[in-house]
Design a protein around this ligand. Sequence first.
Ligand SMILES: [Ca+2]
Ligand SMILES: [Ca+2]
Ligand SMILES: [Ca+2]
Ligand SMILES: [Ca+2]
Length: 509
Amino acid sequence: MRGLRGLGGIVVAIALWGASGDASAAVWFEDDFNGHADDDAVVAAGWAIVDVNEPIEQSTWTITNPGARHNPPTADGTPSDGYFMISDSDAQYYSNLVDSGMSHDLHTPSFGTLGAGAVWLHADVCAQLNNDGAAVFDIDVSTDGGQTWTNAFRRVAPGRFTWNGATTVLPDNTNADGYYGRLDVDLTGLAANHEDVRLRVRHFEPNQDWWIAIDNVLIDDVAPPRPGWVEVFAEDFGDGTLGGMTVDGLLGERTWTTTDPGGKYNPGLVDTNYVNRIGHPEVAANFAMIDNDGRDFAVDDYLMTPVLDLSALSEVLLGYESEGSVPVNDEGDAMRVLLMRDDDANGPDADDEILKVVFDYSAALFEYDEEPFYARRLLEVPEAAGRDDVFFAWHFAGADDWYWAVDNVAVTGKTPTPPAPGDANNDGGVDAADAAIVAQFWLKTGGARWGEGDFNDDGNVDDLDLAILAANWGAGAGGTAVPEPSTLVLAAVAAALAFRIARRRCPLR
Ligand SMILES: [Ca+2]
Ligand SMILES: [Ca+2]
Ligand SMILES: [Ca+2]
Ligand SMILES: [Ca+2]
């Protein structure tokens, strides 16, 4: 059990908070592949193309794009440019064996990270694994010249067990589904401060399972964006309704709903076209979903936030969880996230003006629409800052095109002047109301926001944030410290500790 950190922890926490977003980047390695004319040039640049355990498939990594795929998606889903690397299981005619260890690997050149405080991998990735396939997408790290490797990121085809009978590297509710878009992986714990670091990208045991494509590999010390400290809108569908969101479009039998009309959610279950990631392990399916699977008529429907007042914000960030398969078969198919303007001032509707396609899922896929992708996204939307007439929409159009599930929508932002550290509710003071917020979200891990008490921007609400709260108790509100701050700090700490103890009596969820 971790105890409260002492004064040293408080100092470290404040230093971490103050350091976010200002230092210049250290780049440890980068390659956009555009300078390599062929595979020999890729290898000459220090990359290694390695087939492990004598694969049957001919899915060796190559820059020649034998299946003529689109470039992998960048941060807004649109394709990257120039050359990229791909392991294409669908562009050849054989099948590897499950549990054989057969793998198609791509090793980066060796690079050093001495002095690194943080190491992040950023890359544009389409890992289309196949819903009923067996493929695994791994990113591993070695700091000993490739002698040993440790896994840093994993995705597993959801049908690897149920359809292919694999007994190793099994899919579960934390690793199933493919990945589509800019990928950010924190390698700090595995790769920081070493002389000789290599990554390997694995297409492990593909079984005629589409492909993995990667471009714009960048390894630096810059963390991806974090939510802003101003919480404008949040919806987790926790009460089983669409809550603050509305729907417009064709509004047929299968539009956006929280009722899981196709029965795609079973807690703990992983299968080919189920909701494998979002919601688990909740008993009820509390997310929004449009499910057109097996329904041979059109949907063209929008899930929309309210009109948002972002006029005081200099930065706007849209966060959401997404799981589904992309309709790409027919003209008019769409799966995209939009910034829209309520141009007729009557509230959000499907006919309002599209200001920006924030993320487009169909721009960089080749074909086929039943392979599920999962991501928790946080997208910067500068076009929304300063406006009071905009809303966000999730637009899905197609016919008999599987499903899209969306959860944990959060629109956050930043004001030109940040609030006092610890001011969770951004009301100008650090006080009992903020302590109550920290207590409410205590020990939340992954995806926590400032408005939930994550003051050091690491996505978690824990001792470090409590230390920041305590160190700034009474700050703000004109700079007037409340009387006897030490007493109130003790009260806040006691409240949080009591909450933690209560939580630990229950099984961790
Ligand atoms: Ca490129
Ligand atoms: Ca309108
Ligand atoms: Ca406050
Ligand atoms: Ca934190």
